[in-house]
Write a protein that binds this ligand. Structure first.
Ligand code: NAP
Length: 293
């Protein structure tokens, strides 16, 4: 039986780990804040490194590139406990370019690196309906697929090249934030016109303008419920990755650059821990009106 490890039990990792357990898998886990593992039935260890010897496949879901480097290659990193033939699946959203280097370092130790960023929000992690965009060697990807099935509705292997999953995630984030901007502007127009916001949303979401963002975050925006599925700070981290990749590839991205600056204004106001749908608050300042007031 394949032994599984999980590192990083935040909003996303906790949901994914719980779904693996619900599917009958026993996990060895490590999280920096240990208490987040309390309600899992998992074997909890004291360092990331200790997950390695207990696992054939290790899943990682932490915040940024430097955090993945730390939990994998740091002094107490999991790689030091892994052996030839093991697989590391990185579900974090990090730099595609850095991923190539991390995969090379892992390969030197006989460990396959699968970059597998996800989309679908906190709801997707809890409900097991994530979309996973996967890069890395086919044989390793196919070994991990049955386990990723426990929390995913779609798993697409986009390329053998390390980092290709991360690059597709960058594409995903362009679509996410420009959609978020569209939802924000549209609802503010409805507000200015004194329309019933709930009825407006109901009227448009079934047509060509419908989207995950509109149906899931629209109601939260109308209720002024800024609790995060995905924080402004993490969203901004992703946009930094998108703009870096675009700069390197010479692709102009005026829309993403605009949204990056709008999110920056929220961070400057101390709103980095709000959910990413708080983007509308930046537009409210420009418009001089507020949703649902
Ligand atoms: P989160 O709730 O902030 O959790 C972050 C996790 O990473 C926590 O377990 C945290 O440990 C751990 N961590 C961060 N830096 C660390 C370090 N240096 N050393 C050890 N542990 C560290 O974030 P999340 O929303 O789960 O996001 C995780 C990843 O998924 C991110 O890359 C994010 O961009 C991506 N993602 C998120 C969503 C979403 O809707 N939330 C959707 C798609 C993709 P502590 O518990 O100790 O803080």
């Amino acid at each position: 039986m394949t032994r599984l490890g999980f590192i990083g039990l935040g909003t996303m990792g906790h949901g994914m780990a719980a779904n693996l357990e619900a599917a009958g898998h026993r996990l060895t886990v490590w999280n920096r804040t240990r208490s987040k593992a309390d309600d899992l039935g998992a074997h909890v260890v004291d360092t990331a490194r200790e997950v390695g010897p207990e696992s054939d496949i290790v899943f990682v879901s932490v915040s940024d590139t430097s955090d993945v480097e730390e939990v994998v290659f740091g002094d107490y990193g999991v790689i030091h406990g892994m052996t030839q033939g093991d697989i590391l699946v990185d579900h974090s959203t990090i730099s595609p370019v850095a991923t190539k280097g991390l995969a090379t370092r892992a390969a030197e130790l006989g460990v396959d690196w699968v970059d597998a960023p996800v989309s679908g929000g906190s709801e997707g992690a809890v409900n097991g309906t994530l979309a996973v965009m996967v890069g890395g060697p086919s044989n390793a990807v196919e070994k991990t697929r049955p386990f990723m099935d426990a929390y995913s509705k779609s798993i697409v292997h986009v390329g053998e090249e390390p980092g290709s999953g991360q690059m597709v995630k960058a594409v995903n984030q362009v679509l996410v934030v420009l959609n978020q901007l569209a939802v924000s502007e549209a609802l503010l127009l409805a507000e200015a016109a004194d329309l019933d916001l709930r009825k407006t949303l109901e009227a448009v979401e079934g047509g060509a303008a419908g989207s995950w963002m509109l149906s899931n975050r629209g109601p939260q925006m109308i209720e002024r419920d800024w609790r995060p599925g995905f924080t402004v700070d993490l969203q901004q981290k992703d946009l930094r990755l998108v703009l870096e990749a675009a700069d390197e590839l010479g692709v102009p991205m005026p829309g993403v650059a605009l949204v990056f600056q709008l999110y920056r204004s929220l961070q400057a106001r101390g709103l980095g821990s709000d959910g990413n749908h708080a983007l509308v608050k930046a537009l409210e300042v420009l418009a001089g009106i507020e949703l649902g007031r």
